[in-house]
Design a protein around this ligand. Structure first.
Ligand SMILES: NC(=O)c1ccc[n+]([C@@H]2O[C@H](COP(=O)([O-])OP(=O)(O)OC[C@H]3O[C@@H](n4cnc5c(N)ncnc54)[C@H](O)[C@@H]3O)[C@@H](O)[C@H]2O)c1
Length: 410
C-alpha cells in the first residue's frame, strides 16, 4: 500500500499513479450522494462502477452526472474533453455482481444499519482482501457496519458532504478495528481527488454533526425561554458572529425533521447525554408538520416566493443582550458551547484541533474554527461562562470540559 501521493490538481501522470494504486472505484447507491461521489472519482481519473438495485437508477444518475459535467464545461471549469472522458469512465450496474475488482468501494445507500451491514458482508466476500471498503454514513458507527466483515481493518468511513463535487470537506472516519495504514492511504487519495480530508474516530456525529449540535440547541433554548425571538437570535449570530446563516433559519433550510434526526441520533449514541437532548421547540415543530422551507413553515413562515413573512429582528433588544450576562447573550452562550464541544472532542483524542477547525469552516462554513475561537476568547473565560450557565441551568448540559482549564488543549 505504499505509493507516492499526488497533490490536489494532479497532472495526468500523477492521476495515473492514483489509478494504479486504487484502480477501479465502486460506488454502491446512486442517490444524491452516490452520483456525486461517482462524479468526483471519475473526474479524478478512476474507472467507476455505480451500482443501484432500483432498475434504471444508476443510468439516470449517470445522466445527471453528465448534465453536471456539462454545466462545469459551460462555466469554463472543465474542458469538454475531460468532461467526456470522466463521463465515459462511469458504468452502471444493478447489483453487486456488476462490480469488477476494485481498489476502493464507497457505499452510499440509505441510513439503515441492517442494509449497510448486508452490503459490507457481501463486498468483503466478493472483493479482494486489499480492497478498502468505505461507507458514506452520516451517523452510524463504523464498527457496527463492519460487524459481519471478517477483516474489519479495511472498513472505514468516508463522509462526503452534499453536494460531493462542490464540498471540499471529507471526514475520514477510523473505526476501532480500522488499520491506520488504510486511513492514511485513503486520506492521501482524497487529497489527490482535490478534497480536504480531516480524520476522526467513529464518535457519534463524527466532527461536524457533533460539534454543531449546540449551534442549533442553544438558539432553540433561548427562544423557548423567551430571552429573544428567533429573528433576533438569528440576526445576532449572523451579524455579530459572522455565521453565514442564523441557527434557526438554518434548521428551516436543512429541514427540522432532518436536523432533529441527526441530533437525536447523537443523543441516543451518547447514552442520552444532556448536552445533545433535543428541544421541545424542535420536537413540537416536527409534530406539527412545520418542517421548514420545504413545508412552507418551520420556525418561520414562508411566502410562496420563499420570502420570510413577518420576522423583523429587534435591534434594541439585540444591543442589550450582546455583551451582557452570558445566559442571555446568544453569541457568547453559543460560542462557549461550541468551544466546549470542540475542546472535549480533541481532549478525548477523537480528532486533532486543526482538523476540528477545518471541518467546521468547510463543512458548515463557520467564520472561524471553534478551537481558534476558544484561543481568542480564552479557554479560561469559556470555562467561567459555562460554570455560570451550569449554575443557571443545572443538569449537566453546561458542564465545562476539564480540558478547558487543565491545559490539554491550547
Ligand atoms: N443527503 C445528504 O445530504 C447526505 C450527506 C452526507 C452523507 N449522507 C449519507 O449518504 C448515504 C446516502 O444518502 P443519499 O442522500 O444519497 O440517499 P438517497 O436516498 O438519495 O440514495 C440512496 C440510493 O441507494 C439505493 N439503494 C438502496 N438500497 C440499496 C442496495 N442494497 N444496493 C444498492 N443501492 C441501494 C436507492 O435506490 C437510492 O438510489 C446515507 O448513509 C446518508 O446518511 C447523506
Amino acid at each position: 500500500m505504499d505509493t507516492d501521493t499526488p497533490g490536489a490538481g494532479a497532472a495526468r501522470s500523477e492521476e495515473d499513479a492514483v489509478e494504479s494504486t486504487f484502480g477501479p472505484v465502486g460506488v454502491v447507491g446512486a442517490g444524491a450522494m452516490g452520483a456525486g461521489i461517482a462524479q468526483v472519482a471519475a473526474t479524478a481519473g478512476h474507472p467507476v462502477t455505480l451500482v443501484d438495485l432500483v432498475e434504471g437508477a444508476a443510468v439516470a444518475a449517470i445522466e445527471k452526472v453528465g448534465s453536471a459535467l456539462t454545466r462545469l464545461v459551460e462555466k469554463g471549469r472543465l474542458s469538454q474533453d475531460d468532461a467526456s472522458a470522466a463521463l465515459a469512465r462511469i458504468t452502471p450496474a444493478e447489483s453487486l455482481d456488476g462490480l469488477p475488482e476494485c481498489g476502493l468501494v464507497i457505499e452510499a445507500v440509505p441510513e439503515n444499519l441492517a442494509v449497510k451491514q448486508g452490503i459490507f458482508a457481501e463486498l468483503a466476500e466478493r472483493q479482494p482482501s486489499t480492497t478498502v471498503l468505505a461507507t458514506n454514513t452520516s451517523s452510524i458507527d463504523i464498527d457496527e457496519i463492519a460487524d459481519d466483515v471478517a477483516d474489519p481493518e479495511r472498513v472505514l468511513g468516508l463522509h462526503f458532504f452534499n453536494p460531493p463535487p462542490v464540498m471540499a470537506l471529507v471526514e475520514v472516519v477510523q473505526g476501532k478495528r480500522t488499520a491506520k495504514a488504510y486511513v492514511e492511504h485513503v486520506t492521501a487519495l482524497m487529497e489527490a481527488w482535490g478534497k480536504t480530508p480531516v480524520r476522526c474516530s467513529s464518535t457519534p456525529g463524527f466532527i461536524v454533526n457533533r460539534v454543531a449540535r449546540p449551534f442549533y440547541g442553544e438558539a432553540q433554548r433561548m427562544v423557548e425561554a423567551g430571552i429573544a425571538d428567533a429573528a433576533t437570535v438569528d440576526w445576532i449570530l449572523r451579524e455579530k458572529g459572522g455565521f453565514p446563516m442564523g441557527p434557526l433559519e438554518l434548521t428551516d433550510f436543512i429541514g427540522q425533521d432532518v436536523n432533529l434526526a441527526v441530533g437525536t441520533s447523537v443523543w441516543e449514541q451518547t447514552d442520552h447525554d444532556e448536552r445533545y437532548a433535543p428541544t421541545e421547540l424542535q420536537r413540537g415543530l416536527v409534530e406539527a408538520g412545520r418542517l421548514g422551507r420545504k413545508s412552507g413553515s418551520g420556525v418561520y413562515t414562508y411566502a410562496a416566493d420563499g420570502a420570510v413573512e413577518g420576522a423583523e429582528p429587534d435591534l434594541e433588544l439585540a444591543a442589550r443582550l450582546v455583551g451582557g450576562p452570558v445566559e442571555t447573550d446568544p453569541l457568547a452562550r453559543t460560542l462557549a458551547m461550541l468551544v466546549n464541544e470542540a475542546v472535549d472532542l480533541v481532549a478525548r483524542g477523537e480528532a486533532s484541533a486543526d482538523d476540528v477547525d477545518t471541518a467546521m469552516r468547510l463543512g458548515v462554513r463557520y467564520p472561524r474554527g471553534p478551537i481558534e475561537w476558544g484561543r481568542e476568547i480564552g479557554f479560561d473565560v469559556v470555562a467561567r461562562q459555562l460554570a455560570e450557565l451550569d449554575t443557571a441551568y443545572p443538569g449537566g448540559r453546561y458542564r465545562p470540559s476539564p480540558a478547558l482549564t487543565d491545559g490539554s488543549v491550547s
